[in-house]
Design a protein around this ligand. Structure first.
Ligand SMILES: C[S@@+](CC[C@H](N)C(=O)[O-])C[C@H]1O[C@@H](n2cnc3c(N)ncnc32)[C@H](O)[C@@H]1O
Ligand code: SF4
Length: 391
């Protein structure tokens, strides 16, 4: 179950690096992100490099196609640490001629001052967490930046980086179609080649999750959310940034190469606390890796033993099939029929039978000789489509 080779003949590898710290915790966020008074930056620099070097042994002979520094808030990292990590990746593997290096940034003015340093470190794609262009929505989402800072950060990012993207969160409580349309107008005027537009989800254990459990309404109702999703698809396609994934839109050719690696079920290493990976070994077995989540426990384990895996397990064929479907059906391009059939050792019709026929007739899936894909309607209801397919 190896991935397709790159032009060099080597299988592609994506490298994710997690920075687990933020200035404050947003009430909707269940990412592995933590607020700390003090961060020993030199220790974190050394530990992330150690993790990278040790994990390189899991995936030799690859070509690195992308590095993604995510979080948390990686724009709080010292640019020197980012530079050292990129340099070490280049020393450990051959890299693709068009290596994509993304860093997630918060659009606070203090962090925007570091953008030039990140570009000098080798970052060539900046992904900004704008979340809203409406001041009241920014307050509701508990963001540490205001609208003007966000707009200034987008403009600066577009000047400094060859590729930029920003994130918005919609389906907020009380958000009307007209209001979202107006916000999309502004977003499209500001956007570079890529936009990530997420529906607000209320996650258990977050501040919003706790408030919702007490009965507060913190997101749009289902019908409004569906209407907002539909206009998002239409508006972005009309503007030349069609959806290539449920929440991700780009001009053709500007898709995020790194996230495509997850959705295409290619191999990736997860460096840093809580990061997970998927790595195919020489014997063809794909391993799932998961690192210790708590930053301090991760740091101590790396310093003591050079490694902080909580889990490293071979993925059984049935699970791999589920994962490839869960990931691949998020993409407009869908999944290669040949790859699915090789993994299942069966014809796709035989594998999914009448359930797949019904989903095709209902307009949720398409199938041709090359690919199985979810339609936009199918992608909007992906959990139900997957449940029907895998039942
Ligand atoms: C790791 S986070 C962001 C990075 C950066 N710290 C920031 O907040 O700008 C990645 C993105 O996930 C999205 N996100 C996080 N939690 C979400 C939620 N509960 N519902 C919808 N989108 C969410 C946000 O758009 C966020 O920018
Ligand atoms: S949304 Fe971003 S800034 Fe807010 S807590 Fe999550 S990772 Fe940190």
């Amino acid at each position: 179950m190896t991935s397709d080779a790159t032009a060099s003949g080597r299988p592609p590898l994506a490298v994710y690096i997690h920075w687990p710290f933020c200035r404050s915790k947003c009430p909707y966020c269940d990412f592995n992100s933590h607020v700390r008074e003090q961060i020993d930056e030199a220790r974190w620099n050394r530990a992330l490099l150690t993790d990278l070097e040790r994990q390189a042994d899991l995936a030799p002979d690859r070509e690195v196609v992308s590095i993604f520094v995510g979080g948390g808030t990686p724009s709080l990292m010292p640019p020197d640490t980012v530079a050292a990590l990129i340099e070490r990746v280049r020393a450990l593997w051959p890299v693709a001629p068009d290596l994509e290096v993304t860093l997630e940034a918060n659009p606070n003015s203090a962090e925007a001052e570091r953008f030039a340093g990140f570009a000098a470190a080798g970052v060539n794609r900046l992904s900004l967490g704008v979340q809203a262009l409406d001041p009241a929505a920014l307050r509701f989402l508990g963001r540490g930046h205001d609208r003007d800072e966000a707009i200034a950060a987008i403009a600066l990012a577009c000047e400094i980086f060859p590729r930029t993207s920003f994130d918005l969160i919609y389906a907020r409580p009380g958000q009307s179609v007209a209001a979202w349309n107006a916000e999309l107008d502004e977003a499209l005027a500001l956007a570079g080649s890529h936009l990530s537009l997420y529906q607000l989800t209320i996650e258990p254990g977050t501040a919003f999750g706790n408030r919702a459990a007490r009965g507060e309404i913190l997101s749009a109702d289902e019908d409004t959310a569906a209407a907002l999703f539909e206009i998002t698809q239409q508006r972005l396609a009309a503007a030349g940034l069609p959806a290539y994934e449920i929440s991700n839109h780009s001009r053709p050719g500007f898709e995020c190469r790194h996230n495509l690696a997850y959705w295409r079920y290619e191999d990736y290493l997860g460096i840093g606390p809580g990061a997970h990976g998927r790595v195919t070994r020489d014997n063809g077995v794909k391993l799932a890796t998961q690192q210790r989540r708590a930053p301090e426990a991760w740091l101590a384990a790396i310093e003591e033993t050079g490694s902080a895996f909580d889990e490293m397990t071979p993925i059984p064929r049935g699970t791999a099939l589920e994962e490839i479907l869960m990931m691949g059906l998020r993409l407009a391009e869908g999944i290669s029929r040949a790859r699915l059939e090789a993994l299942a050792e069966r014809d796709i019709e035989d594998l999914f039978g009448a359930a797949m026929e019904r989903l095709i007739e209902g307009g949720f899936l398409t199938l041709d000789r090359q690919r199985l894909a979810a339609t936009a309607t199918g992608r909007q209801r992906l959990n139900a489509v997957l449940a029907a397919l895998l039942a």
